[in-house]
Design a protein around this ligand. Sequence first.
Ligand code: NIG
Ligand code: FE
Length: 395
Amino acid sequence: MSGWVLSDARIATMAGGYGLIEGGSVVIEGERIAWVGAGSVPPEYDGWERVSAGGRLVTPGLIDCHTHIVFGGHRAREFELRLEGASYEQIAREGGGIVSTVAATREASDAALIEGALTRLDALISEGVTTVEVKSGYGLDHETELRMLRTARALAARRAVEVCTSFLGAHAVPAGGEADAYIDEVCIPALRAAKAEGLVDAVDGFCEGIAFDTKQIARVFDVAHELDLPVKLHAEQLSNMGGAQLAARYGALSADHVEYATEDDAAALAESGTVAVLLPGAFYTIRETQAPPIEAFRAHGVPMALATDCNPGSSPLASLLLTLNMGCTLFRLTPEEALLGVTAHAARALGLSDRGRIAPGLRADLAIWDVETPAELAYRIGFNPLHARIFGGKR
Ligand code: NIG
Ligand code: FE
């Protein structure tokens, strides 16, 4: 096999921290990185084609590890209601919120679901995203949950991007339904069917007063483990329900939102190696005032990821670069922590060990930026300095 060399680059390998290499090269062989370092490349690559990065910054391709980009309709009316004083929880309890998107998603054709999702996916890709997680959870019936996951899989066939799917049947109780019956009679059978069809990479849930309690989520997680699927959880977003502790007990890949997580929760997440996925777009949109316990996560060594949570209600945000800025400004992450959050730690939140850093053997998913320093990626607002994106070794 042969390949090519990306030379004259300032490389943020994201090994540990920025892991900067000045005047570096990345040797790309097929879909993989064969070599990375400063100075001249090893002689065996001497005859390979060279492409100069022109001194630009090269990072791993960005990873958005928490999105809900497949859905029907929009929730602009809900945005107006919140401006008139209604809260996110009130709107949900009165039949708006997630269940209103469920109605629109059930009505949408397959073509409309794909088209809507592609618009959002293209926005993410234009900012250097090479891997994106996509959840179900706006179907809440057997067929629509599966249809959402098929749509997510279809996206990967249409764009140069990897899509990881999460089954989120336990997202909300459907209108007219009852939580326990829904979990046992709809959610769990749909999960089994989705797994049998090869549609699921991980299993998610929403543990909250307006959704499901820890016992109900545990029933879904037991089935996930029986099916050999990793779990993750929307936990402690609006209150502390014990979701982070539950996630830790099940060895979850991630606990997401976690504004109301405690120091004990941080200790439990650290112990189980669970990533805290921070979602500043949702924090901002619903005007939450309690920030996640960043200091406790740091003190206990909990890896922190950042994601858009792109969805029609709590986070109509399709920019991972703006998410970096929000993570720093709203949660006081350092730009280095923020960039780790959309590369190395985001990969970990998806259980992927073959990406998120620039190192030999890993996937050649890269982003080349018209900036001098990595902190610039988080610092500007409404700027897209992406120069080029490389997915699986291909520009
Ligand atoms: O991650 N927290 C639950 N689920 C989504 C919100 C979905 C919606 O409002 O439609 C979230 O914020
Ligand atoms: Fe979410």
